[in-house]
Design a protein around this ligand. Structure first.
Ligand SMILES: Nc1ncnc2c1ncn2[C@@H]1O[C@H](COP(=O)(O)OP(=O)(O)OP(=O)(O)O)[C@@H](O)[C@H]1O
Ligand SMILES: [Mg+2]
Length: 369
């Protein structure tokens, strides 16, 4: 099993009828059961479970138990599972690489990751996704590295590919495969969670994906990811080390109450805590704004909309606060619009509410299909 990050149809994977996709969030595990029905996908079930432990790394045994519980919650009708690994466990970067086959790219990265990724990543496994060029003429031929003449230099310079690179510890991949096996499942793919919202967005809002310049912001527990999509192309990826955890911790300190109480207050959205919460949301807003500024200054194009996902965006108050800090339209979105909904009773009722939190799980299933 490679470390898979194809956005869509990127890899020649076996086509499964059904697949379980698990977003191993650091606070909450989100999982979906999808079924391929010809050209469409049906959402058969979803599940939200507390992460086994959220302050430490979990062991392979705990992971196995957890995956087993997830599969049971989804009805246990398939053994194929794909997992999204979080920002703490994977590194995703966009780099330029020579036009060489994928296998060679992985090798080049393994040998030269310090150069390409600007960090030391011992014992990591790599995967690459070649970002399709925007214009047709730049379309590369598969596997054959064409060369273009360096203008006026007489030197032949090979053209480069823009490549999305993901790295994860080899041990993590091994643990995951082992845990899946112990749980009676078959590991199908490991996908960096960052890719999830992009895949789901492309399918849910294809028009906006293709034509607009937008940011996808997923606010998690410890981290927030910011991806700017510029007319169908991934332009920048940033991660911010603030999430729902810091909002609660900050509130707990400011109000001199326990973490659990602060969590209750935050989720309860009592109007009298608005000022205290605003103080906590501000730094997050500023960091997101800085990521947008980075893109806007570089490309001289405005980001016109921010699409939010993640647990914290279930709070209308937090979304409003981000809006006033970012000065650009902020909205939550539903990643299930392109799916045929075949959910059992209560889940069918609640899906609209839960949808925004399933973004990564749904996008991960698409990467694996
Ligand atoms: N209604 C709500 N209002 C405000 N915050 C909420 C609400 N519901 C959940 N949260 C917050 O969402 C956070 C969890 O979000 P999420 O499930 O997206 O994180 P995660 O995926 O587990 O983390 P990560 O992506 O960093 O690994 C928690 O901090 C929780 O307090
Ligand atoms: Mg998450």
């Amino acid at each position: 099993m490679g470390f898979t990050l194809p956005f869509l149809n990127g890899a020649s994977r076996k086509k499964r009828g059904q697949i379980i996709s698990v977003d191993l969030g650091s606070r909450t595990t989100k999982a979906v059961l999808l079924e391929r029905r010809g050209e469409i996908y049906a959402l058969l079930r979803y599940a939200l479970l507390d992460a086994p432990i959220f302050d430490k790394k979990i062991s392979a045994d705990q992971l196995a138990n957890h995956l087993h519980a997830v599969a049971a919650a989804l009805g246990g009708t398939t053994k194929y599972v794909s997992v999204a690994v979080g920002l703490g466990d994977s590194v995703v970067r966009q780099v330029e690489l020579p036009q060489i086959p994928l296998d060679e790219m992985r090798l080049v990265l393994k040998m030269n990751h310090k150069n390409y990724l600007q960090q030391d990543l011992p014992n990591h496994t790599y995967d690459c996704y070649i970002i399709p060029p925007r214009t047709q003429e730049a379309e590369p031929k598969k596997g054959v590295p064409p060369a273009v003449a360096g203008l006026g230099t007489g030197i032949i310079t090979p053209a480069k590919f823009k490549v999305l690179v993901a790295a994860a510890k080899q041990q993590l991949a091994a643990d995951f495969m082992h845990a899946a096996g112990t749980a009676g499942l078959v590991a199908d793919a490991l996908v960096p969670s960052l890719v999830g919202p992009i895949n789901a967005f492309e399918k849910s809002l294809p028009e906006s994906f293709a034509k607009e310049t937008v940011a996808l912001v997923d606010i998690g527990f410890k981290h927030t990811s910011v991806c700017v999509l510029d007319r169908g192309e991934l332009a920048t990826i940033r991660t911010v080390n603030i999430g729902g955890d810091q909002l609660t911790a900050g509130l707990s300190e400011a109000m001199n109450v326990s973490y659990a109480e602060a969590e209750g207050i935050k989720v309860g959205m009592a109007p009298e805590v608005e000022t205290a919460l605003m103080t906590q949301v501000l730094p997050l807003g500023r960091e997101i704004r800085a990521s947008l500024d980075f893109f806007e200054h570089q490309q001289d194009r405005p980001v016109t909309e921010v699409y939010l996902s993640g647990g914290s965006t279930r709070s209308e108050m937090i979304v409003q606060m981000l809006h006033s800090e970012l000065l650009v339209e902020c909205k939550t979105w539903n990643p299930t619009t392109f799916l045929q909904l075949a959910l059992p009773g209560q889940q069918a009722v609640e899906i609209d509410h839960v949808g925004p939190q399933l973004t990564v799980a749904i996008g991960t299933a698409l990467a694996a299909y």
